[in-house]
Design a protein around this ligand. Structure first.
Ligand code: Q46
Ligand code: ZN
Ligand code: ZN
Length: 306
């Protein structure tokens, strides 16, 4: 297969976009897509102070790389969770985050749970008995708290995370099958800092497939941690990702469509019927008298008056 932009051999075929690209054009295409999302959702500008949460994984390190290439000045924040899991998960992810920062002359803030709060995430979970043996709720809570704290103390305008489309679609799927109304309302590519002490949050990779991010990291030669956090194994969100991958296999683009249609529905007033143009414009059809939101005659009458 050939690259769509030149005649070289394509390194990736994205069925969902009907697009195949060579290495060179792919490495240009990804930052362009990210730039578009930053602009479209008004995430941040080059004049603002940006803090990227990095975990040592492919998404966050690639995001940092992309922001740098797009000339957005961004510092990093690494949170040491103290998770070992037999593979020194935390130490290794710290090492790779620091290595990336050093290689690129970037500033990395490091907050270590044990050094700063005296307890690792697994120990904290054991002591507080939250989450029945799984430390994820304690972990999520701590990460949110620390990210906000650093953003506030160091006066960053925006806190940026490497959530990709697969992450966002899985969260959306979970929230939808449980009809978590308030979570659905708050799920967005950018969340304004609507309370004092909270930073604006943005997810510039929200429209990029996980597979596309893995290809980017690989082709850019970014050294990242391959293992997932040992506590992620068997999680509901991974199960939801697998379900969505099955859907995507049969219907390329289904994941992207699921997420983007949700965003569109939200702006269109899905959660507030007052703002819904379909509800607001209802009037009796001048021919048959049935209520309709179509301009002029209802769709049925229009069909017969043609
Ligand atoms: S929440 Fe849970 Fe993750 Fe924390 S304990 Fe690991 S899997 S890192 S995104
Ligand atoms: Zn090409
Ligand atoms: Zn507090």
């Amino acid at each position: 297969m050939k690259c769509r932009s030149c005649t070289k051999k394509a390194v990736i075929n994205m069925r969902q976009h009907k697009l195949a690209l060579c290495k060179e054009h792919y490495l240009e295409w990804i930052p362009e897509q990210v730039e578009r999302a930053i602009y479209k959702y008004k995430m941040f500008t080059r004049q603002e102070k940006i803090l990227v949460a990095v975990s040592g994984g492919k998404d966050s390190l690639s995001l940092w790389d992309i922001l740098r290439r797009l000339e957005y000045p961004a510092d990093g924040l690494y949170i040491g969770l103290g998770i070992d899991g037999g593979s020194d998960y935390s130490d290794e992810s710290h090492r790779l985050s620091q290595k990336f920062a050093d290689q690129n002359g970037l500033r990395l803030h490091v907050v270590d749970m044990v050094d700063t709060y005296g307890e690792s995430i697994p120990d904290l979970a054991m002591r507080t008995h939250r989450g029945r043996g799984k430390p994820c709720s304690v972990c999520g809570l701590s990460k949110r708290h620390i990210m906000n704290q650093v953003a506030h103390d160091e006066a960053y305008d925006v806190l940026v995370t490497g959530h990709n489309l697969d992450d966002e679609a899985a969260v959306l799927f979970g929230n939808t099958i449980n009809w978590q109304g308030s979570y659905l309302l708050r799920q967005a590519p950018v969340l304004e800092a609507d309370r004092p002490g909270l930073a604006r949050k943005a997810k510039p990779l929200c429209r990029i497939y996980e597979r596309e991010m893995a290809a980017y990291a690989l082709l850019r030669g970014i050294d990242y941690i391959y293992e997932e956090c040992p506590f992620a194994v068997g999680s509901t969100s991974i199960y939801h990702k697998e379900l969505l991958n099955k859907l995507e296999e049969d219907r390329p683009g289904a994941k992207l469509n699921f997420y983007l249609s949700f965003l569109q529905a939200k702006t269109g007033g899905l959660f507030s019927p007052e703002g819904d143009p379909d509800v607001e414009n209802i009037h009796p059809c001048p021919s048959c008298g049935q209520p309709t939101s179509a301009p002029g005659e209802c769709a049925f009458c229009r069909m017969f008056s043609r």
